[in-house]
Design a protein around this ligand. Structure first.
Ligand SMILES: NC(=O)c1ccc[n+]([C@@H]2O[C@H](COP(=O)([O-])OP(=O)(O)OC[C@H]3O[C@@H](n4cnc5c(N)ncnc54)[C@H](O)[C@@H]3O)[C@@H](O)[C@H]2O)c1
Length: 314
């Protein structure tokens, strides 16, 4: 099956598991070649080996480079290894991240190393890699696309995810997006710029972020088990206006941002049963690549802007 992603070379950070892995799988199924940049070697190699076993040719379409996105050297090496192996680099899915501390109830404690870790992993890592990608594409005159994984927590802090460094870093990723975009647009203007940058703010998606790390001791078996013993309180998902977000639906949004060249500088919340909501640009706008096409793509009927606290969709 031919797609616009056939032969595209995509870096997916945090692709060893969770959302990144699901994006990697979809990209591969659409004919792209994928470089996984992650701190977890075993999980990434397992994914890659499993994928290649399902293929009828010996062609290598997925590779792994051990990468800590908070390290400039690792980020440089990630891009270099991608180009060395696949000959080019077209798409960056800046997705790696983790939950972190402090949670709401600890916000009055001293700022500590865990707060800094959260900022580094979720913000500085994304910023480093997107700047390096921008520099690489600009230097080599390449059309490139970045999709950043932010979080609904960046828009609804404390409701979206009651962890301070997480919410702050995810909100700040939006400023990063705009600087990358502005810089990319300097020569040819926003709508003509060959480099695009967009972001997705996922709602809650059932991945290791919910049952490993900080929540590991609770041994949550599945999303239902999590809900029945919800550590954030039983009205958490009501406040989020959504419930769990289906992975497929979420990955659709990434693919649309990668494929649709009219989408640039946009940010989409993709959240549970509430569906998708475009945060900016304003609906119908033709500025910053506002895409009417997107409106056909998202399921409008599931959207009820009145129910979104502080909705800016209008
Ligand atoms: N799952 C959710 O509900 C949810 C909601 C909103 C946003 N997100 C965001 O989605 C992204 C992916 O999270 P997930 O839910 O798939 O979690 P996950 O734990 O399943 O996957 C995260 C991946 O990122 C990798 N990673 C973490 N720190 C890294 C670093 N410094 N360098 C390289 N790789 C690193 C991990 O090894 C892991 O493979 C994160 O940015 C997260 O904040 C998740």
């Amino acid at each position: 099956m031919s797609s616009s992603l056939q032969g595209k070379v995509c870096i997916v950070t945090g692709g060893a598991e969770g959302i990144g892995r699901a994006i990697g799988e979809r990209l591969l199924s659409m004919g792209a070649r994928v470089m996984i940049g992650d701190i977890q070697q075993e999980a990434a190699e397992k994914f890659i080996n499993e994928y290649h076993k399902t293929q009828s040719t010996a062609e290598v379409s997925a590779i792994f480079q051990k990468t800590d996105i908070t390290s400039v050297d690792d980020c440089r090496q990630l891009i270099k290894a991608t180009v060395d192996r696949f000959g080019k680099f077209d798409v960056l899915v800046a997705n790696a991240g983790f939950s972190g501390d402090p949670f709401l109830q600890e916000v009055d404690s001293d700022i500590d190393v865990s707060w800094m870790r959260g900022m580094q992993g979720n913000l500085i890592g994304t910023m480093l890699l997107s700047r390096l990608a921008l520099a690489h594409w600009t230097r080599n005159n390449i059309r490139g696309a970045i999709v950043i994984t932010s979080s609904i927590a960046g828009y609804f802090p404390s409701i979206g995810h009651p962890c301070m460094s997480y919410a702050v870093s995810k909100a700040a990723q939006m400023a990063n997006l705009h600087f990358v975009l502005e810089k990319a647009a300097k020569e040819k203007g926003l709508t003509e710029s060959p480099i695009r940058c967009n972001a997705i703010m996922p709602g809650a998606v059932w991945t290791g972020i919910w049952h490993k790390g900080r929540h590991a001791a609770s041994n949550f078996k599945d999303p239902e088990d999590f809900l029945s013993r919800n550590p954030f309180g039983n009205d958490y998902f009501d406040k989020m206006n959504g419930g769990w977000t289906p992975m497929n639906k979420l990955v659709d949004a990434y693919i649309k941002c990668i494929e649709d060249e009219s989408i640039r500088g946009s940010c989409f919340i993709v959240n549970g049963a509430a569906g998708e909501m475009r945060l900016y640009p304003e609906e119908g706008s033709t500025e910053v690549g506002g895409s009417l096409e997107w409106e056909k793509y998202v399921s409008r009927e599931k959207r009820d802007p009145e129910n979104w606290a502080g909705s800016v969709a209008k």
